[in-house]
Design a protein around this ligand. Structure first.
Ligand SMILES: [Zn+2]
Length: 472
């Protein structure tokens, strides 16, 4: 354990899911042949007039409301000047003095609140491609609306940072303002990191730019923690600078001395009118915010007795959660536990990637899944039969009732009590062993019951009935 405390603040860039760019009508869609989604406005030609995309401002307000920010009634765009080939205007239209959202926070699973400083709206830059000793530039991304979520230095470890980003991603996807795909660059972050002795003032920080995966964020923080503690241990001083991250080596490297905001010569953007957000607009946008993952997970643990882990998994993806809610409502018994078990054990094994879960389109509708849950909950089929039925429904597209009758799982209800009594009578030595304290001996009797009922007896009930009979 290092004697230093790690202090981390993240600046997270999130591309907004608008149809068009921030100041022109060009498509904001990811990809496409280079330089096809461009026009004089986003290429910064002389004499053009930008106009703010209303949807982008609304999405920023929605994000801010979901994160508990205050929404500024009036905010302004500013120009941030710097020269780089991916920025044809030589300034980025951003917000500096008066951003749309102020304050707010992200609550980690242990209850700590990671405060936000503000959220501002800005345009993305183009993309540079380095090929065969030449540098090419694609302006398709130039002018795509980007939200920057600026966090306070409240994070204390790589694990905190990863959890914070994951929660942020879940919230943004749930409210529908971004797909937050790190691999496509629609979510990326800059890490500000410094070390200090516990209780001391903040140390001098380094900023690691443009991390585009959870693994990179974690590795960069771990590498930087070690690099800075080596410097401090040797009596040196950490330089304030901007660093890059090499995903190949897992190391950070110096890029340039850190610039201050003065260096960017921010000034108010004269071509764009102020962004005015009325209380009526805030009320209308608040009404569009669905139940957020944290609240949903709490409801699942309370109402259905799910474990925190299971509840978090189900509420992480909006479509998964909506499917689950719909199936439970449809099942008429309202039992979330068996629906959760079947979804997490069976469906999640078939729909396994993040992207697929995000899309969530299983071949079984929520209504039909609910019918299966109802059958399982009424005791007509037991847990392992439910799994078989689910798999058959998945492959055949048939309903639960059809599959149950095809597999011969229907018929008269099983008399668990008499089956258990007969099983004990037929297995006297196992029964005696169990009574003598060998709890494993019960398995043989359970197995007998399951075989006799051809797998139809509900395992939980068999278990409790046997224990009751054997202790009489
Ligand atoms: Zn354009």
């Amino acid at each position: 354990m290092s004697k230093y405390e790690v202090v981390i603040g993240l600046e997270t860039h999130i591309e907004l899911l608008t149809q068009s760019k921030l100041f022109c009508g060009c498509s904001a869609k990811f990809g496409g042949p280079p330089n096809t989604n461009v026009c004089p406005v986003c290429l910064g030609h002389p004499g053009v007039m930008p106009a703010l995309n209303r949807k982008a401002a609304e999405f920023t307000v929605i994000a801010g409301l979901a994160l508990g920010c205050k929404i500024a009634p009036l905010s302004y765009m500013d120009r941030k000047h710097y020269f780089y080939p991916d920025l044809p205007k030589a300034f980025q239209t951003s917000q500096f003095h008066h951003p749309i959202c102020v304050g707010g926070g992200v609550t980690l699973s242990d209850g700590r609140v990671m405060r936000l400083n503000h959220i501002h709206l800005e345009e993305d830059a183009g993309k540079l491609l380095h090929e065969r000793g030449k540098t090419l530039v694609d302006y398709n991304r130039g002018g795509v609306p980007l939200m920057e979520i600026v966090g306070e230095p409240d994070l204390r470890s790589a694990a905190d940072a990863a959890e914070y980003l994951e929660i942020l991603q879940g919230i943004m996807r749930t409210v529908g303002v971004s797909d937050c795909r790190m691999q496509e660059g629609s979510m990326r972050c800059d890490v500000n990191i410094s070390l200090r002795l516990p209780g001391a003032e903040y140390g001098i920080r380094a900023e690691i730019k443009n991390l585009n995966s959870f693994v990179s964020v974690r590795q960069a923080i771990e590498y930087e923690t070690e690099r800075q503690s080596d410097i401090l241990d040797a009596g040196g001083e950490v330089k304030q600078e901007t660093r890059g991250f090499d995903a190949g080596t897992g190391e950070t490297y110096s890029r340039r001395g850190k610039e201050n905001s003065d260096d960017y010569r921010y000034f108010p953007e004269p071509d764009i009118i102020p962004v005015r957000i009325t209380p009526a607009t805030i009320a209308r946008l608040s009404a569009q915010i669905p139940e957020l993952p944290r609240a949903r997970a709490a409801r699942y643990t309370e109402s259905f007795g799910l474990s925190e882990k299971d509840a978090a998994l189900l509420s992480k993806y909006r479509k998964v959660a909506e499917y689950f809610d719909a199936a439970v409502a449809e099942s008429s018994t309202g039992n979330g536990k068996s629906a959760a078990n079947l979804m997490l054990s069976q469906m999640f094994a078939k729909i396994s990637t993040e992207a697929e879960r995000e899309e969530w389109s299983p071949p079984i509708s929520a209504g039909r899944f609910g019918e299966l849950i109802a059958l399982a909950d009424s005791g007509k089929i037991n847990g392992s039969a439910a799994k078989r039925v689910l798999n058959a429904m998945w492959d055949s597209g048939k309903s639960a009732a059809e599959v149950v009758s095809e597999l011969g799982l229907d018929g008269p209800a099983v008399d668990v009590e008499s089956l258990c009594g007969a099983a004990i009578a037929a297995n006297p030595s196992a029964a005696a062993d169990f009574k003598a304290g060998k709890s494993k001996a019960l398995q043989a009797i359970i197995g007998y019951v399951m075989k006799a009922s051809r797998g139809k007896a509900p395992a939980d009930e068999v278990h409790s009935v046997l224990i009751r009979l054997l202790s009489e």
